[in-house]
Every structure is written in structure tokens, then in C-alpha cells.
Design a protein around this ligand. Structure first.
Ligand code: UD1
Length: 387
């Protein structure tokens, strides 16, 4: 398709898990003699100070050049609103390509608009699959990958996932995990857990419990939107808190669901600490010294593997199997007995040791940049990629 484009890349972010992925890319693109002209667009999917501002500030992400300010809504409304607001911006910007990260609604919405205008789409963190279409992110992953021109992957198995869906393997480049670039860069600056608790008015003595402490996050619709599942999980977590204190930064969706279902009492215990959503450096500080992490997040499965902290994933599947095969992750689902057995195993044996996967070495953004410098220079010739 003919299209007159500029020289630069328009990078898109929307929701919290995008921010730690875009940070090292923006820094790499804008640095050095072979800098790539890159502009940043925020869709506004996440807008709260706790869900957005603190991440930009702590990770040194430049202020977005463009903010679409879409806010919350149903998936259809949110996706449609992003598309509607993104189109005129894209017409005005005329970038050489857009770059999207991860699997949130902003990722697919912007990819779809650009691809229909013949503007190349670059997807960072391509090819991850849970094979669970009940998960909104899985739909976003599959569709985004289908319409992407360059697909940068975090693990080698992603290539097979993509080829099975008919994606041309020559467009797929294994460059590693940009989120781990961010983790390595910021680990030294992680905020000590005691400071984080004190800042919330909580006595940090809990962190010194002889069993250690568990860090918990929970926000997937499949876990929090169905009151039966939510109750089962909260009751199980309460049992765990009798063995070790539980620190729980509560996602806005989860807080709302707990309130609506009338479950607040299930969490009322001096050994369960509910916190507001934490900044990146506060979360890192609590995660690195946790005895274990209980989560339904994708990012935490990877970060715990990079840190060597045991992770118990409260989902039936994962799109990040490398964290199970090589890392510290155990996928247990939401069955109370299985969760308690996994916790008991960590307390008895210390949990899985694991190793850090290939190219989760802090250099992924540099590899992506090196590839894109060449690609932008030779965009008139066919893309040739070596794996
Ligand atoms: C989104 C992503 C999910 C990611 C998660 C991390 C999709 C499909 N899902 O889910 O992959 O793991 O972000 O947080 O894109 N809200 C606020 N303040 C905000 C943003 C949201 O209060 O700044 C509340 C709103 O009530 C909103 C709810 O949180 O309705 C859910 O936000 P939304 O962006 O729709 O999805 P997440 O569940 O956060």
C-alpha cells in the first residue's frame, strides 16, 4: 500500500504493564549518534496517579507527546474510543511505523488503525500464548500479531506459536525481554519494603515474621469478577495469612469487586495488609525480599523469575511458560487445596530455584534498536531477518 511516511516511530502505551516495557525502548531510541526519532503517545487507558504518573516519573519515561485521554469503559467502548481518537493523530504524525507493546486494549486498538492505513506495526512482546480465548489479553495478542509487520519476541518458543498461526517467521525476531531491562536498571533503586509500609502508616515489623512474607496481586476478570471465585480465593488467602503475613496492593478493579460483593470482612486481619497500587520501585522492593509471590499478573511471573523469587500463579494457564520451565513459577489455578499445597511446598523446601532465561539480560531494547536502525535505513528493500 502506498503511504507517505515520516522517518520516526510513534510508540504507544496505554496501561500500567506497558510502562515498564516502553521505558527502556524510548531511552535506547533517543540515545546516541544513531538515535531513532521516536515520539510517545499515551492512550489514557490508565490515568490515575497510582496507575500511571508514578511509573512515568520513576522510570524516567518522557512526558507523552500526545495523550488521547480515553479513560475507562467496557472493552468495546475503550477500544473503539482509542481507535477513533488515534486515527486523526496518525494522519497528522505520518510515522514510518508505530510500535506497540504487550497485550492490552490500547495495543490492538492502535495496531488495527495503523495496519489499515498501511503504516507498519511493530509489536514488542509478540507470540506469547495462553491458548485461553476467555482471557481478553489473548484475543489482543493473537489479533495484534496477525497484523504486525515486525514481531519482537521474549522467548524462542514464541516463534512456533506464531508460525502455527500462519505468521511469516522471517518477520519474527528474538530479542529478549524489555521488562527485564527495566528491572535490572532499577533494582539498585528499589524502595526498601519497610519504607513502603511506613509510608502507608503500617508497622514494618510484619516484614520480619519468621516465615517471611507473601506479596499478593489479583486483578484478572476471571478471578475477581465472579463472586464465587473471588470468595474462594479470599478465603484461601486468609488461611495463608495465618502462616505468613500477606501484603496486598489492591488494583482498583479488585477493590471495587470486593466492596460490591460485600467481602471486605474476609480481608480484615492484622496479618493482611491492604495497600494502594504501588509504584514500580516500591513493588520491586517488596518483591525482591518476599518469601513468595501470589499473583495472576503476567509481568510478575517474569519479574519473579528474573529475581529468583518463588511465584505461585493463581490462574489455570500462563502465556509465559518459560517462567515455569526455566524460572520460579508454578501455575496452580484457583483451587484452595492446590494453592495451599504450593504454599506449603515453598515454606518447606524454599520453592523452585529456576534460572534466568536467555536474553533476559538487560540488553533487549538495545537489540531491538539495532535491528530497527537497519530496518528503517533499508525500508525500501524486503525485510530480511535472521533468527
Ligand atoms: C488492564 C489490561 C491488563 C493489565 C492491567 C494492569 C486490558 C484488556 N487489560 O486491565 O492486561 O494486566 O491493565 O493493570 O487492556 N481504573 C482506575 N484507574 C486507572 C485505570 C483503571 O481506577 O487509572 C479502574 C477503572 O474502574 C476501570 C478498571 O480499573 O474500569 C479496569 O481498568 P481497565 O483499563 O479497563 O483494565 P484493567 O483491569 O486495569
Amino acid at each position: 500500500m502506498n503511504h507517505t511516511t515520516g522517518a520516526g516511530i510513534l510508540c504507544v502505551v496505554g496501561a500500567r504493564p506497558n510502562f515498564m516495557k516502553i521505558a527502556p525502548l524510548m531511552a535506547a531510541f533517543r540515545k546516541g549518534p544513531n538515535a531513532i526519532p521516536a515520539r510517545l503517545l499515551h492512550t489514557g487507558q490508565h490515568y490515575d496517579a497510582a496507575m500511571k504518573e508514578s511509573f512515568f516519573h520513576q522510570l524516567g519515561i518522557p512526558e507523552p507527546d500526545i495523550d488521547l485521554g480515553v479513560g475507562s469503559g467496557s472493552h468495546a467502548l475503550q477500544t473503539a474510543e482509542i481507535m477513533k481518537r488515534f486515527e486523526p493523530v496518525l494522519d497528522a504524525e505520518c510515522p514510518a511505523a508505530i510500535l506497540v507493546v504487550g497485550d492490552v486494549n490500547s495495543t490492538i486498538a492502535c495496531a488495527l488503525v495503523a495496519s489499515k492505513k498501511g503504516i507498519p506495526v511493530i509489536h514488542v512482546e509478540a507470540g506469547l500464548r495462553s491458548y485461553d480465548r476467555g482471557m481478553p489479553e489473548e484475543i489482543n495478542r493473537v489479533l495484534t500479531d496477525q497484523i504486525s509487520d515486525l514481531l519482537f519476541t521474549t522467548e524462542r518458543d514464541a516463534l512456533g506459536n506464531l508460525e502455527r498461526e500462519g505468521v511469516d517467521g522471517t518477520r519474527v525476531i528474538f530479542t529478549g525481554n524489555v521488562m527485564i531491562d527495566t528491572l535490572r536498571q532499577h533494582l539498585e533503586r528499589a524502595v526498601p519494603g519497610a519504607d513502603t509500609l511506613r509510608a502507608s502508616g503500617i508497622d514494618p515489623v510484619l516484614l520480619d515474621d519468621s516465615s517471611g512474607y507473601a506479596l499478593l496481586t489479583l486483578h484478572r476478570p476471571s478471578n475477581v469478577d465472579d463472586p464465587r471465585v473471588l470468595r474462594r480465593l479470599l478465603e484461601t488467602l486468609r488461611t495463608i495469612s495465618e502462616q505468613m503475613p500477606l501484603l496486598f496492593p489492591v488494583h482498583p478493579r479488585t477493590r471495587a469487586r470486593i466492596r460490591e460483593a460485600g467481602f471486605s470482612d474476609l480481608l480484615t486481619s492484622p496479618r493482611i495488609v491492604q495497600l494502594e497500587p504501588l509504584g514500580y520501585l516500591e513493588m520491586l522492593g517488596l518483591m525482591r525480599h518476599a518469601r513468595l509471590v501470589l499473583t495472576d499478573s503476567g509481568g510478575l511471573q517474569e519479574e519473579t523469575t528474573a529475581l529468583g523469587v518463588p511465584c505461585i500463579t493463581l490462574r489455570e494457564n500462563t502465556e509465559r511458560p518459560i517462567t515455569v520451565e526455566q524460572g520460579t513459577n508454578t501455575v496452580v489455578g484457583t483451587d484452595a487445596e492446590k494453592i495451599l499445597a504450593a504454599v506449603a511446598d515453598v515454606l518447606e523446601t524454599g520453592g523452585k530455584r529456576g534460572r534466568v532465561p536467555e536474553y533476559w539480560d538487560g540488553q533487549a531494547a538495545q537489540r531491538i534498536k539495532a535491528f530497527l536502525v537497519e530496518w528503517l535505513a533499508g525500508r525500501d528493500s524486503p525485510v530480511a531477518v535472521a533468527n
